[in-house]
Every structure is written in C-alpha cells, then in structure tokens.
Design a protein around this ligand. Structure first.
Ligand SMILES: [Cu+2]
Length: 338
C-alpha cells in the first residue's frame, strides 16, 4: 500500500448543526415531518457536540482528522487557517493522489480523512477551522499552540510528501473504461408540491447549485410531509422511489447517471448507496481525475453525476438522499444484488 504513514495523533471530528428557538431545540413533531422541502438547517453549529471546540496542539504536530457530517441537511465548506491541510481519503478509501487543500465540502453522511500540520506560520499562536458560507465564516475549532512538538520530525517531512496510490489507480482502470459507455441506469430528481405552498416554491438559486443556508425563513418549517414529495425517477421505467427495484449481479460494476435538473425546488442532494461502494466517474460529463471509493456524494442543483457502483455485497439494499427530511418524504430507491 502506498497510502500515507499515519501521523502520531488522530481524532474523530463530528460536524453537526442544531435548530434552536427560544424554548430550546426546535420541536420534532409526531407523525409529521417539518422542513420537508429544504431539510432542517440548524442555527447552531457543533463540533463533537460543542459549539466551539478548543484543542491544544504543539507547533509542528501533524494530526489525522476523521471528519463526518451528521447534520440533517447542511453541507459544510470547511476551511483551515494558520495550518496546512492535506486530503488523504474519503468514505471508503484513499484518493488516487493526495493533495493539499485550503478547504473542502462535506455533505450529510460524507466522510473525509484529512492530515493537518500545525506549523503556525507568520508567528501566530493560534489556528482555526471554520465553516465558510456566503454570509461569512463561522468558527468551528480553535487550535492553541502549547509548546514544541516532540515527535514532529518524521511526521512533518512525511506531511510534505503527496503520495500516489498506484494500487488503487490500477484498481480504477476498468472503471475508467466506462467513461465512454452509456449509463445502464438513469435517475432524475425532482419534487412535487401540493397545498398552499405549491405556488411560491422557487427560492433563489446559488451559482454553485448549493443552498448553504435555509433562507426561506419561518415558512421553511411549515412545509411539511403533507405538502411535499421528493422523488428519484428511473428514466427507463418511469418508476419512482421504492417502486424502483433494480437487480444487479454480484461483482457487477454498474454505471448510473443521476440528474439533478428538477425545476420544482432546485437544490443539492447528497446521494448515498447502502451496502456497496462507488466512484464518482464524472460530473457534467467532465471526468473525475482523482478517484476514491465513496458511498455518499453531493450532487448540486442543475448538475449531472455519473457514478460506477461496485456491487460486492449480496442482498437487498436501498439508495437514498441523505437529507433526513427528503428521505422521510420518500426519496429512496431499492436494489438487489444476487
Ligand atoms: Cu435530497
């Protein structure tokens, strides 16, 4: 394996948000799902259950962070300042090539493994991790410098290297050959609105196809499971959601196109497959040149994503949108691997 040497320290980072009102946590109701159109966006950000996470680190330390986003709906753009960040792996495996990054986007259900070297450049004694949104950054974690590293020499010279994971690249070769082939399955995404909200559903769409915040105001909560149905449609059979039941052979690799061009309420959807792994082969027809095994991938509004699903586990499975409210109003399909 060519994958990176594990740094001396590691930590799991659970990113979440919580919707609070004056009484406390905005209530969940019995038998009805609020925020069914947008999903429930929180107004308080949490890192490992704290509103501001503080960690002491030594100058020169390299830490490996295992990020997971457990929010109902919110994607986070995570940025670092005062330290350097290297992307190692995603949900199910390493990237073909490690790379340095200033920020990365993590949607509900996604995971990223990231190495951070605390070099505290420019004489600063503090580094920070923030969520970057159009309205500005929100501080998530503060890292305070507490002395010089003891084990850093090996780690920091290792940190400077960007590894090529040749074994994985080789494994991806037959998958990349599917670029020129038509997809075996084709899903489209849209929503259906009924009731008093049906006429005023368009929200302003962002140029990157991502709703970073719920800007619908109080109306967002009032659109419930009684008013909206989110669906994925099989373009071949025209079946919707759980009426879809694809049959695949064990170890069959299947190219699936997912189209998020629905007009009812354009927004992003994090698509998750149970029981298998996949790669994002292309977005909007443009090949992905740095593959990693995943099980969840964010599909912005107006975009198309081609994935290759690697059916290695027999059984009956589902795939769904990872926005909890979308899932609750039906946005899931079935498939079977025999
Ligand atoms: Cu969704």
């Amino acid at each position: 394996m060519g994958s990176s040497k594990t740094p001396d320290y590691s930590r799991v980072v659970v990113i979440d948000d919580l919707l609070m009102d004056k009484q406390g946590i905005y209530p969940f109701k019995d038998g009805i799902v609020t925020h069914a159109l947008m999903g429930r966006y929180g107004n308080m950000f949490l890192v490992n259950n704290r509103s501001t996470d503080i960690q002491n680190v030594s100058k020169g330390d390299v830490w490996r962070y295992y990020f997971v986003n457990t929010a109902n709906a919110r994607p986070f753009k995570i940025a670092i300042s005062g330290a350097k960040m290297k992307m190692i792996a995603s949900d199910q495996g390493v990237f073909e090539r490690e790379f340095f990054a200033d920020d990365f986007v993590i949607s509900p259900g996604e995971r990223y493994i990231v190495d951070i070297m605390f070099d505290f450049i420019d004489g600063k004694k503090q580094a920070s991790l923030s969520a970057i949104h159009p309205s500005g950054p929100t501080l998530l974690s503060k890292f305070k410098m507490s002395g010089m590293a003891t084990k850093s020499e090996v780690s920091s010279s290792d940190f400077a290297k960007l590894r090529m994971n040749a074994e994985e690249s080789k494994e991806f070769e037959p998958i990349k050959a599917k670029l020129s082939q038509p997809p075996l399955k084709h899903l489209t995404i849209d929503a259906e609105l009924t009731g008093p909200h049906a006429s005023h559903m368009m929200t302003k769409s962002h140029s990157d196809g991502i709703e970073w915040d719920d800007d619908m105001g109080p109306m967002s909560a009032d659109i419930t499971s009684a008013d909206v149905k989110w669906f994925m449609k099989d373009e071949e059979t025209k079946k919707l959601n759980m009426d879809i039941n694809w049959k695949f052979n064990h170890n069959e690799s299947v190219k699936i196109r997912i189209d998020n061009k629905g007009k009812t309420h354009p927004m992003q959807h994090p698509i998750h497959f149970h029981g298998q792994r996949f790669v994002v082969l292309a977005r909007n027809g443009k090949p992905n040149d740095n593959l990693a095994w995943k099980d969840t991938a964010l599909l912005p509004a107006g975009e198309t994503m081609d994935i290759v699903l690697d059916n290695q586990n027999k059984g009956k499975w589902m795939a769904h949108c990872h926005i909890s409210e979308h899932l609750a109003v039906g946005m899931m399909i079935g498939f079977e691997v025999k």
